[in-house]
Design a protein around this ligand. Structure first.
Ligand code: SAM
Length: 384
C-alpha cells in the first residue's frame, strides 16, 4: 500500500540514539522518529533512518547528551516503511552536558565517582541512591518547598535530591552519618552555595538547636530519601521533638509508607500510624520502583508527606503514658487490645478488660479498630 502524497516538505526534529560512548566521529547512529507523526498513515509505526557519519559534524568528546536532527520529508510520500529513507537532513544540533552539574542520576557517572573516591556503598547505612532522574523533582514537588523555605535533609548520599532541593529552596542543611561521603559531596555540590553538610548521626543531633541556628525566620520543611533501616526512629524523633517544622516529606519502604499514612481505626494502622496522626496529617504521595535506585533495593518505595498539626489531634494529660498504652496495644500481633495492653504494661488482665469496657468498647476489640480518641478514653478509664 502506498501512503497518500504529502502536501509539502514536512519539517521536524529527530533524536538520534547515540552509540554508548560518543566518539569524535560516532558510528552511523540509528535515528528513531520521535515526537509528532510524519504522516498519519505511518503514525504508530517506528521508522528508522540511518545517518551517515559524514553527515555529523565532529562531536565534543563525552559531553553530548543527545543529538537532534532537523529533517524534512519529500513532498511525494514513498511506500510505507520507506518513508524515512526519503527524509533529508536539514541540520543538526546537540544538547551538551552541563559541566557544573554532572548527571548524578547517570549510573556510569555514579560508578565512576564511587571508584574515584574508593567508595563502596554501605548496606549498613541503607545506601540506595536515586538514579531515576524524574524522582528528585517529583519528591521536591511533593514537599511543596519553594524559595522561602529552609530544608532539612537526612542522608544526602552523593547529593541527588540535595541538589534539586538547593535549586528550589532558600537553604538546605543535610545531615549525613557516613564519614566517607564529604569528599564526594564536595565534588557533586561544588558551586552550590546554599547548602551545608552536618556530619553526624541524625538520631544524635539536637535538631531544635540546629533549626534555630540555620533557618532563622524561615519556614522549615524536612525532605529526605530516608535510610530504610531507621525509618521509624527518625520519623518519631522528627515528630516527637516538637520541632518548628511545617512538614515532613520522606521516601521510605512502601510498607512503612502504608503505616505512616494509615489512619488510626483502620486495618493498616499500627502504633506508628497513631503517633503520626497525633502530631500530623499524612498522605501517601506516590510509589517508586526498585529500579529507581542504585543498588536496587528488594522492595518498592513510596513517598509520604506529613503536615504538622498546630496542636495534637487529641488532648491527653499524660502524653508519655498515652504512647506507652498505644505501643503496648500494638505490641503483640494478632492479640486483642486487652491482652496486649495487659502484658505490655504489666497490668492485670481483668483491670484492663474492665477499663476497655468502661470506655465503651467490646473487651475483644483489636488495636487497629481503635482511634486516637478511643485510646484516650481507655487511658482515662485505666487511670480511674
Ligand atoms: N539522598 C540520597 C539519595 O536519595 O540518593 C541518599 C539516600 S540513602 C537511601 C540514605 C542516606 O542516609 C545515606 O546517604 C546514608 O549514609 C544516610 N544515613 C544512614 N543512616 C544515617 C543516620 N543515622 N544519620 C544520618 N544519615 C544517615
Amino acid at each position: 500500500p502506498t501512503a497518500p502524497p504529502l502536501r509539502a516538505w514536512r519539517k521536524g526534529t529527530l533524536r538520534l540514539h547515540l552509540p554508548r560512548a560518543p566518539r569524535q566521529r560516532p558510528r552511523p547512529p540509528k535515528v528513531k522518529r520521535q515526537g509528532r507523526a510524519l504522516h498519519p498513515v505511518v503514525k504508530n509505526k517506528r521508522t528508522t533512518l540511518s545517518v551517515s557519519a559524514d553527515a555529523l559534524p565532529p562531536l565534543p568528546k563525552g559531553e553530548v547528551l543527545a543529538i537532534h536532527a532537523k529533517f524534512a520529508v519529500l513532498s511525494k510520500a514513498p511506500p510505507l516503511g520507506e518513508l524515512a529513507s526519503e527524509a533529508r537532513l536539514r541540520g543538526l544540533f546537540w544538547k551538551r552536558k552541563d559541566r557544573a552539574m554532572p548527571e548524578l542520576t547517570d549510573l556510569s557517572y555514579v560508578r565512576a565517582l564511587c571508584e574515584k573516591y574508593d567508595f563502596a556503598l554501605s548496606k549498613g547505612f541503607g545506601q540506595n541512591f536515586i538514579v531515576n532522574p524524574g524522582l528528585p523533582p517529583k519528591i521536591v514537588d511533593a514537599s511543596g518547598v519553594d524559595k522561602r523555605y529552609g530544608v532539612l535533609e537526612i542522608g544526602p548520599g552523593i547529593g541527588v535530591l540535595t541538589r534539586e532541593l538547593a535549586k528550589r529552596a532558600a537553604k538546605v542543611v543535610s545531615i549525613e552519618v557516613d564519614e566517607r561521603l564529604p569528599p564526594l559531596l564536595a565534588e557533586t555540590m561544588a558551586g552550590v552555595d546554599n547548602f551545608k553538610l552536618v556530619l553526624q548521626d541524625v538520631l544524635k543531633v539536637d535538631l531544635k538547636a540546629l533549626i534555630a541556628q540555620e533557618f532563622p525566620g524561615m519556614p522549615v520543611a524536612v525532605c529526605a530519601n530516608l535510610p530504610y533501616y531507621i525509618t521509624s526512629p527518625i520519623v518519631m524523633k522528627l515528630l516527637g521533638d516538637r520541632l518548628p517544622i511545617e512538614s515532613l516529606t520522606v521516601m521510605v519502604q512502601k510498607e512503612a509508607a502504608d503505616r505512616l499514612a494509615a489512619a488510626p481505626g483502620t486495618r493498616a494502622s499500627s502504633a506508628i500510624s497513631c503517633a503520626v496522626s497525633y502530631y500530623a496529617t499524612s498522605k501517601m504521595m506516590f510509589t517508586a520502583a526498585p529500579g529507581s535506585f542504585y543498588p536496587a533495593p528488594k522492595v518498592t518505595s513510596a513517598v509520604v508527606r506529613m503536615e504538622i498539626r498546630p496542636t495534637p489531634a487529641v488532648q491527653v494529660e499524660d502524653e508519655e503514658g498515652y504512647f506507652a498504652l498505644v505501643r503496648a496495644a500494638f505490641g503483640q500481633r494478632r492479640k486483642t487490645a486487652a491482652n496486649a495492653i495487659a502484658s505490655g504494661l504489666g497490668m492485670p488482665k481483668d483491670a484492663v478488660t474492665a477499663a476497655i469496657e468502661a470506655a465503651g468498647f467490646d473487651a475483644r476489640i483489636r488495636p487497629e479498630a481503635l482511634t486516637l480518641e478511643d485510646f484516650a478514653k481507655i487511658q482515662n478509664a485505666l487511670a480511674r
